[in-house]
Design a protein around this ligand. Structure first.
Ligand SMILES: Nc1ncnc2c1ncn2[C@@H]1O[C@H](COP(=O)(O)OP(=O)(O)OP(=O)(O)O)[C@@H](O)[C@H]1O
Ligand SMILES: [Mg+2]
Length: 461
């Protein structure tokens, strides 16, 4: 494991001697003579530990303030404060700000090395704990794309295919809530760059004039508000994946710049004169029909083809109804555990209603609804009457009769199919979704009833 230490001291002799003393095969030492310079280095390079002088006389900076700034921008960096004037109150302040140690000068080199090595191992441990915590969180709420339907299984095959060619751009398409982001994360996780960063950016969430500096970063003073150097997301995603969500919302001028990066694998920070090379796999997602956007002139055709190297379509939930019960069960289990509820299962009747609903908000809507049900249902089983009325209501099609009892009361004449449908809906409602009983009452087999319900739903597989 190699480490980078940044020595911040206004006295050149100290910088030079510490650099010489601390550099070895595993340790690289950088130096800065002021807080401003230190922050610039921290913003642009990866540093593990900062050795910071408390009185930066030359630049008239207070080390404690510099420490505060470092901690607010880079929480993961460990800092050790050195001072010529050991004062209890500043020591307390430094430790409160998260400094690892507070040392008085002259610093004994052997002592310093011991402290540095223990600070670094604490930092590594902390990082390790953070990743473990993430793994635990993931175990608690699995984040893999899940679903037994043929369509989801095919989707997973595409995901693996995309993952295995880590330089090609992927374009994920699908309605809202179908799991586009989940797919993007899974592509990253299954790819050779899984250990690298996954950086995500929502093109519609950032004002147009800030997108460029978000993506590419900027030099100090590149524009009025550019106070320091900023690392862009492309740089942060180096050797990893950059997820550009809602790519259809990317403004035209930025589309041209993005195309250039995709083609040259390099970009220029705002206010900089040199190109930065990066190795980033771009995964884009959209719920718009990008091809249509191209036709309308709202999306660049060349960028469209550049992105569309591996297209992945995530089908809407209603086109893979077999996934609904499986997902619903998983969500019930997960939310019952998280919310400490005793809800155990979804009754057959309720499940049938979930299954035949059209889910315009897709998996997200299903997930949110199950969370609400688990939270609000007192019994251990979720029954049809626990479901919101809108669920059974909206599954009816326009041709369906709103009030089956008034079937022949109006002017309108009906087809046999509509009458049959009305009879089924009416019976199921009266019997609280119990299909076995409903089939009995209607004088057909459960199998036939099932297929009639499915046929009536439109868009089934
Ligand atoms: N196949 C799946 N298995 C388990 N959970 C899923 C699945 N698909 C989606 N989800 C869950 O549904 C929610 C919505 O998914 P996600 O955010 O990936 O959708 P999206 O397509 O990016 O939506 P939007 O277009 O609104 O951004 C998330 O909580 C996600 O974990
Ligand atoms: Mg999304």
């Amino acid at each position: 494991m190699s480490n980078t230490i940044l020595v911040v001291d206004d006295e050149e002799s100290i910088r030079v001697s510490l650099e010489a003393a601390l550099t070895d095969e595993e340790t690289q030492v950088r130096t800065a003579s002021s807080g401003v310079e230190a922050l610039r280095i921290l913003d642009s390079d990866l540093v593990d530990l900062v050795l910071l002088d408390q009185k930066l006389k030359e630049s008239e900076e207070d080390g404690i303030e510099v420490l505060r700034e470092i901690r607010s921008r880079h929480r993961e960096i460990v800092a050790i404060i050195m001072t010529a004037y050991g004062r209890i109150d500043s020591a307390v302040e430094a430790i409160k700000l998260g400094a690892f140690q507070y040392l008085t000068k002259p610093v004994d080199l052997d002592h310093l090395k011991v402290i540095i090595s223990s600070a670094l191992s604490t930092a590594h441990l902390q990082r390790h704990v953070d990743t473990l915590q993430q793994d635990v969180d993931n175990l608690m709420s699995p984040t893999d794309v899940f679903g037994p339907s043929r369509k989801t299984q095919e989707l997973l095959e595409r995901v693996e295919l995309a993952a295995s060619s880590p330089t090609s751009t992927v374009l994920i398409r699908g309605e809202t809530g179908v799991g586009k982001e989940l797919v993007a994360r899974q592509i990253h996780r299954s790819s050779p760059v899984a250990k690298g960063p996954f950086v995500d950016f929502n093109c519609s969430a950032v004002p147009e004039n800030l997108i460029e500096s978000e993506l590419f970063g900027h030099e100090k003073g590149a524009f009025t508000d550019a106070k320091g150097v900023k690392r862009g997301l492309f740089e942060m995603a180096d050797r990893g994946s950059l997820f550009l969500d809602e790519i259809g919302e990317m403004p035209m001028p930025m589309q041209a710049k993005l195309l250039r990066v995709l083609e040259t694998k390099s970009f220029r920070k705002l206010g900089s004169t040199v190109d930065c090379r990066v190795q980033v796999r771009v995964i884009a997602a959209t719920n718009k029909d990008l091809f249509e956007e191209v036709q309308k002139g709202a999306f660049r055709e060349d960028l469209y083809y550049r992105l569309d190297v591996i297209p992945i379509d995530v089908p809407p939930l209603r086109e893979r109804p077999e996934d609904i019960p499986a997902l619903a069960e998983i969500f019930v289990e997960r939310f019952s555990r998280d919310l400490r509820r005793s809800t155990r299962k979804i009754s057959d009747g309720a499940m049938e209603i979930l299954r035949s609903y059209a889910w315009p908000g897709n998996v997200r809507e299903l997930k949110n609804m199950i969370e609400r049900l688990v939270l609000l249902t007192q019994s251990t089983e979720i029954l049809p009457e626990h479901l919101p009325a809108s669920l059974s209501g909206s599954r009816r099609r326009r041709t369906e009769i709103e009030e089956p009892r008034l079937l022949f009361a109006g002017e309108e004449l009906l087809t046999l199919e509509e009458v049959e449908r009305a009879a089924i809906v009416h019976t199921l409602e009266r019997l609280k979704g119990n299909k076995t009983k409903a089939a009995e009452v209607l004088g057909i087999s459960r199998q036939t009833l099932r297929s009639k319900i499915r046929d009536g739903d439109g868009g089934g597989e």
